[in-house]
Design a binder for this molecule. Sequence first.
Ligand code: KIV
Length: 279
Amino acid sequence: MKNTVSTLLKQKQSGDKITMLTAYDYTTAKIMDECGVNAILIGDSLGMVMLGYENTLPVTMEDMVHHTAAVSRGAENAFVVADMPFMSYQVSVAEAVTNAGRLIKEGGANAVKLEGGAEVCEQIKAIVNASIPVVAHLGLTPQSVNAFGGFKVQGKSLEKAEKLINDAMKIQEAGACAVVLEGIPAKIAEIITKRLVIPTIGIGAGNGCDGQVLVYQDMLGLTTGHTAKFVRVFAQVGELMRNGISDYIAETKNGNFPAVEHTYSLDEDIVKALEKKFL
Ligand code: KIV
């Protein structure tokens, strides 16, 4: 059965941890859905892990709609959340509603996610008023990488920790149905989780959240180079892919692939006739 905002809320209330993973294409979403993941996020992290950008800032609405539609087709049961890309909701409330609407209408998402606290409450209210569920995103919000001066853990001072907690209460008041807490000390995430009625989904925010989210390339060992402290590699899929691709190259070059079982045959009489005529 399709997971909804109510499913996630009930999970918080019963203490059943919410599982969310990112996906950007049909095949991956289908596998995750079959495994029983509760929610799938089409993160604007696709800019980095799918499109090879340095950060999420160049991602466009077209990118998000395209990938969201592919994931939605593969996600039968999982709750599908689509990220609103940088500058798709900051300029005006009207633009925010229009762009959120596209992710639902054209992308088939069940909810949208946007980054920020008090400063985006008007956008959250307006999108929710258009009957579109909104997931908020606080802490190390990657679209603010330039303002933060890098990807740094947030909320380390008393003042900043208090701002995070106040922002969490404000986005709930504005109507957000859940909040992603990224790159903040576990204690702050725990306090927010206890204060809020809506579920918290953590990434680099410790074990006290109502659920967890990870970028799938990170948790399947597909990411090369630096990975964040909060990532656990659950399976070395990258290594399996490298082995498989190297084997394919070697077996093709040495003539072992394709073998007889991968080859279509032809009636012997026809073979003889063709050989007589053409060879
Ligand atoms: O874009 C993304 O993948 C995200 C998650 C890291 C929460 O926002």
